[in-house]
Write a protein that binds this ligand. Structure first.
Ligand SMILES: *[C@@H]1O[C@H](CO)[C@@H](O)[C@H](O)[C@H]1NC(C)=O
Ligand SMILES: *[C@@H]1O[C@H](CO)[C@@H](O)[C@H](O)[C@H]1NC(C)=O
Ligand SMILES: *[C@@H]1O[C@H](CO)[C@@H](O)[C@H](O)[C@H]1NC(C)=O
Length: 461
């Protein structure tokens, strides 16, 4: 007999939750300020927003703890000054991981380690490109030995300065002196399925050439367009920058072994030096609003219209202790006291707190989204597809499928759809609940109601 709630569930889901394919928006959470709220408050704030991914610049244990059981994915980082030691031997890499990251998983969903930040384009005696590559490989080996390499990816964020030139996008290549390092890094990323991270800021290009660059082009608008000799038309600079990176990667000759490009930082400051007419609250609002809309869409770039680009906005807070010009301290969407620097809509349609977001508001509601999300098979999915998904999850996917075997609590109903749903959810939970981990070639559906029934429990992370 099939429990009625199981039959009713998919129908209900279809009615209530047509599941718009909204992509996750990420944000960079830098902490170089002496007026920032405690991490616990920050985690609560973010839970009531559409932000589902947070990138930090270290392994601050207070932050890692604060984000436990929030449903928000975290990318942690090895600081540049630490790369050298981690490159030295695998035991140092293992110790780094065991002391700084391991204690917080799985309660905190750590999905990637960024090794260094703009390491190859940062001046410093200690910064040796070979050490960066070795540190990446050592950390990956640690994850493999601990069986965590599928859940946690290892990569490194680059600045646009790794390119010899970025225009025209289709002719872009990496700087000659970085070619051997980039070949190693891209090869590693292709082998391990980790993304290529790039920090790209149309703001800097516009600020330094305001007379030459159309403001709409810089502000992620729909400008008249810049034509690439290969026929691509660019209506905004960010697309051109991303495609320049794409071309540089292609030029390394990895052929069809593709590497996903992730925009690990992009943003626009609300304030700059007196001569800086680009950095205003209006421009910052326009750019970041469009960036967030873009992050939620599945839009790619002219070269790869179907490959959506994951985005981490820079940044969550204004950081009053950052070095450099005024603009460096004014990239934040929020002030240290938690008020917004300018209005940007971060409200989340699936969050129960609904609408306005700020510190001190509705914090009791904020945890509501958090952990309550599952993945099930779409109703009426073809049996062949369900079987393939089931075979994948219980095989290479690494799901423990004992509960859906003969004597398991989820064996009944003995239906392919139910078994596949169980396996898909387990896979989704164990891979960090990224929406793409519930895609299964379009046969998966994210749901906010618990599919568990009777003694059959659908696991939560
Ligand atoms: C790197 O290792 C050396 C030698 O063990 C040690 O003195 C130094 O403090 C380490 N550096 C960092 C950043 O941990
Ligand atoms: C951008 O502008 C062009 C030309 O004016 C127009 O055809 C196109 O629909 C616009 N695209 C968007 C996304 O607004
Ligand atoms: C990639 O290219 C190689 C060699 O050209 C080919 O054998 C292989 O089937 C291709 N793989 C995919 C996924 O297209």
């Amino acid at each position: 007999m099939v429990p009625t709630q199981l039959l009713a569930l998919p129908l209900l889901l279809l009615l209530l939750c047509p599941f718009p394919r909204v992509s996750a928006v990420g944000i960079n959470y830098g902490t170089l300020g002496n007026n920032l709220p405690p991490p616990k408050k920050v985690a609560q704030l973010l839970q009531s927003t559409l932000i589902e991914k947070v990138k930090i610049y270290d392994t601050n244990p207070e932050i890692l703890e604060a984000f436990s059981n929030t449903g928000i994915d975290l990318i942690v980082a090895v600081e540049n000054y630490h790369v050298s030691n981690i490159s030295r031997d695998s035991s140092t890499a293992d110790e780094w991981f065991a002391t700084r990251v391991l204690p917080f998983i799985p309660a905190t969903s750590i999905v990637a380690i960024a090794v260094g930040n703009e390491y190859l384009t940062t001046d410093g005696d200690q910064l040796d490109p070979k050490e960066l590559v070795q540190a990446i490989q050592n950390l990956h080996a640690v994850l493999v030995s601990r069986g965590l390499d599928r859940k946690i990816k290892v990569t490194t964020p680059h600045s646009m300065a790794v390119l010899a030139s970025s225009f025209p996008p289709s002719a872009s290549t990496f700087a000659t002196n970085l070619m051997p390092t980039m070949t190693d890094i891209v090869g590693f990323l292709a082998d391990t399925g980790a993304p290529f991270m790039v920090n790209a800021y149309p703001y800097f290009a516009y600020r330094d050439n305001p007379g030459k660059i159309d403001l709409e082009y810089a502000l992620l608008g729909n400008a008249t367009g810049v034509r690439d000799p290969k026929g691509y038309v660019y209506n905004n600079m960010l697309d051109a920058q991303i495609d320049a990176v794409r071309s540089a990667i292609s030029a390394l000759g990895f052929g069809n072994r593709t590497v996903e490009i992730m925009l690990s930082e992009s943003g626009w400051p609300s304030k700059g030096d007196t001569s800086d007419h680009a950095a205003t609250p209006e421009h910052a609002k326009t750019y970041n609003t469009r960036l967030i809309e873009r992050a939620q869409s599945n839009k790619g770039t002219p070269m790869k219209p179907k490959d959506k680009v994951e985005v981490f906005v820079f940044a969550l807070f204004n950081e009053n202790k950052k070095n450099g010009g005024v603009s460096e301290r004014n990239f934040g969407i929020f002030n240290g006291d938690g008020s917004k620097v300018y209005e940007v809509d971060l409200s989340c349609q699936f969050c129960s707190s609904g609408g306005t977001v700020g510190f001190g508001e509705k914090l009791s509601n904020a945890a509501a989204r958090g952990p309550s999300v599952w993945c099930v098979a779409k109703p009426h999915t073809d049996d062949k597809v369900l079987q393939a998904v089931l075979d994948f999850c219980c095989g290479p996917g690494g799901v423990d499928c004992r509960e859906i075997y003969d004597s398991g609590d989820c064996f009944q109903p003995n239906k392919l759809h139910a078994h596949a749903s169980y396996a898909m959810n387990a896979y989704y939970q164990m891979h960090g609940r990224n929406y793409w981990n519930c895609d299964f070639k379009g046969s998966g559906l994210v749901t906010f109601s618990d599919p568990s029934y009777g003694t059959c429990r659908y696991p939560q992370q």
